[in-house]
Ligand binder design. Sequence first.
Ligand SMILES: NC(=O)c1ccc[n+]([C@@H]2O[C@H](COP(=O)([O-])OP(=O)(O)OC[C@H]3O[C@@H](n4cnc5c(N)ncnc54)[C@H](O)[C@@H]3O)[C@@H](O)[C@H]2O)c1
Length: 371
Amino acid sequence: MEKVLVVGTGDVGSHLLEFMARQDYRYEVIVGDIDEEKARLLCNNAEIGAAFHGKHPVFRPVKIDLLDIEGTSALIAKEKPSAVINMTVMHTWHLIRKLPQDVYAKISSGALGAWLPCQLTLAMKLAQALKDSGVKAYYINTSLSCLTNPVLGKLGLAPTIGIGNVDLVEPGVRTWIAQQAGIARSRIELIMVCHHQHWVFPREAGYLPNAPYLMKIMIDKKDVTSEWDTDKAMYEGVKLYPAGLSFTTVSASSTLKNLNALIFDENLLTHSPGPNGLPGGYPVILNAQGAKVFSPKEWTLEEAIEVNKKAGQMDGIEEIKDDGTVVFADYTYEAMKDNLGFECKSFHPDDSEKLAREQIALFKELVEKYS
Ligand SMILES: NC(=O)c1ccc[n+]([C@@H]2O[C@H](COP(=O)([O-])OP(=O)(O)OC[C@H]3O[C@@H](n4cnc5c(N)ncnc54)[C@H](O)[C@@H]3O)[C@@H](O)[C@H]2O)c1
């Protein structure tokens, strides 16, 4: 039986366990979290629920602290999983919503890229642990992969693929087109290049409009792109989702779909962010060889990368240098300095953990101030 290592049983990780438990595919799942008791109880929940569906998944909860690269690497070397999935983060995206609306809005206008140290640190440590173990496994990174995967790529630690983002936008837009046209969604195909920015722009406060993207719409295999207002479709497709956290079940489905396509060699044409460390999201083909970007005749891979780099600048990150140094956009720097007291224009990933701790400490002070 294939073995998969999932680290992180928070919001998205716990949904993933429930979906894994009820599916027809079978593999052994090692489920790690720094909070072993939480992992154990969530594994129990998923296993018990699966019994109603006649499924008996094999879940094995373990304690993993990703800050301990050596310990994680030893576990990977011992277990030799076929795939490793990062579902951890030091400070998740929705925590800023705890703040009063006006304070949230000001910090949100710096974009999620502002929190890159918190999003990058654990994903990077797991990537390093996997590399050090010598085990060849697919690495799926859920942590803001439009922006973290390209940093990891510069460090020689590129994940195979990310999840969500474009893989939330694309099915939303496809569903909206089906609803507008009054036809079955199965008749519609979309090919899309877009960024996490396009997901958050309609949902969160203060994001900039007009981030570039590429899109091709086909109905019954015929190109009908010119018949649609694609800007409207991008916006309304995202607006189909409820506000709040409900969408993270879709993120978990995106993860499971990518995992199965890789380990069961499905040669699946789908969408996902950060293939092999590229910035932003693309149409990709997933099979046993890993992830490969699919480009239709309408655009080249180079054009798609440029589009995603520009969109990334509207998600807080001006540039990722060749040594992995991350340069924040000016408006991001200002928003974090003025509203959180976090003063940092650029950082090297070596300083990521220290800066993440600083961001978390400053955030706690802010929450206390307003509570
Ligand atoms: N692309 C998408 O569609 C999408 C959607 C939602 C969330 N995300 C991303 O997924 C990631 C997880 O988000 P979430 O909301 O589920 O987070 P969460 O805070 O709910 O869960 C994080 C988990 O990580 C664990 N953890 C923290 N430090 C650890 C350590 N040192 N070692 C091992 N485990 C540790 C925590 O105990 C927790 O269970 C984030 O990066 C988030 O931005 C992506």
